[in-house]
Write a protein that binds this ligand. Structure first.
Ligand code: F6R
Length: 265
């Protein structure tokens, strides 16, 4: 696990955008797993700017989002489809027919959505880079605490805590869904590379067990310790509860030294 502690949210967004761009340069038809929520917004802004000003292209990219609410139509402004259109897809050159969310249309049986989504991900060759945020309770996607660490895309009941955290986005609390379809933890772990972004003090108590705690379904993000290629990008506030802080700084120092040598400095 590569733990990178950065000055602030802006630096986290820049580092996240840089990771995506590096994958895209290597593989113009990359498959990205994407997240919604507050955390990735600044990173998406940077990708939009790179498309507009630096010739970055998503023309051949495919995306799979982590999750979608059950009971909201795609054009409902609170749906994650609407979020993705507003915050990224409408602003870049991606072919939107290659953008997927685990959507549950009116005529679809919610139980069929998960297996179909898994098959679709497989048919596109799997996910090259999965972007994650983290819930205050350690959830990734909507895999709430006690989710099976071996789970696949399926329906999840949101915790009261998650519902409360997301209430701010709904004018009418009664319109807020309590169910979602989410990629499973095993689905996320299948991605070839993962980047988790966390910013703000309210994430500190979820970040610590993710990196330093035992692997446990009580903190679903802790499973990332078992993945070979994970970057955890944190701002100072989100990193503030880590106990091995000195060690992460020491590693970062050694990395700078090694890359300096490589570049002949
Ligand atoms: C969003 C998602 C969630 C969020 C998490 C953090 O698609 O899957 O796991 O990443 O709830 O949300 P924010 O970034 O709003 O704090």
């Amino acid at each position: 696990m590569d733990v990178v502690i950065l000055k602030d949210g802006d630096a986290v967004a820049a580092a996240g955008a840089d990771l995506l761009q590096r994958v895209l340069r290597r593989k113009p038809n990359a498959v990205f797993g994407l997240a919604t929520g507050r955390t990735p917004l600044a990173m998406y802004q940077r990708l939009i700017a790179a498309c507009r000003d630096e010739g970055l292209s998503f023309r051949d990219v495919t995306t799979f989002n982590l999750d979608e609410y059950i009971g909201l139509s795609p054009d409902d402004p609170q749906s994650y489809r609407a979020y993705m259109k507003r915050e990224l897809f409408d602003e870049i050159d991606i072919d939107q027919s290659n953008t997927f969310l685990p959507e549950c249309g009116e005529k679809t049986d919610p139980l069929d959505v998960g297996p179909a989504y898994e098959a679709l991900i497989r048919s596109r060759g799997g996910i090259d880079l999965q972007v994650l945020g983290i819930g205050r309770n350690g959830h990734i996607g909507f895999n709430e605490p006690t989710s099976s660490l071996n789970s696949r895309t399926r329906i999840k009941t949101l915790t009261r805590e998650t519902i409360a955290a997301n209430r701010q986005y709904f004018n009418d609390p009664l319109a807020q869904p309590q169910l979602a379809v989410t990629m499973g933890i095993a689905t996320i772990m299948d991605a070839r590379q993962i980047v988790l972004l966390a910013t703000g003090k309210e994430k500190a108590e979820a970040v610590r067990p993710t990196i330093e705690g035992p692997v446990s379904a009580m903190c679903p993000a802790s499973i990332l310790q078992m993945h070979e290629t994970v970057s955890v990008l944190l701002d100072e506030a989100a990193a503030s509860a880590l106990t091995l802080r000195d060690y992460y700084d020491w590693i970062a120092q050694q990395k700078r030294r090694i890359s300096g040598k490589k570049e002949g400095r």
